[in-house]
Design a protein. Structure first.
Length: 80
């Protein structure tokens, strides 16, 4: 987790983060990525935010987001 993330209160239990996670699950629907079949800047920004700022774990209740996160993680650009 990025330094200071805990201090900002960015967790899925915090209402703004929870709403964003729920919205992302709706937006992704049956797509492989947020905007369709190919990754876009939206995926990379959401991935970065989820990993660095919020340290999110989507959990079993969000299989679409878990699958999306896995697809983005497997991309070479995600290894930084």
């Amino acid at each position: 987790m990025r330094a200071g993330a805990a201090a900002t209160g960015c967790r899925p239990t915090v209402p703004p983060c929870r709403r964003a996670v729920e919205r992302a699950g709706t937006v992704i629907g049956d797509n492989a990525f947020l905007a369709g079949l190919e990754p876009s800047i939206a995926d990379f920004k959401a991935f970065q935010t989820a990993r660095e700022r919020c340290d999110l774990a989507f959990g079993q209740g969000r299989p679409r987001l878990n699958a999306w996160y896995g697809r983005v993680c497997r991309r070479p650009s995600a290894k930084y």
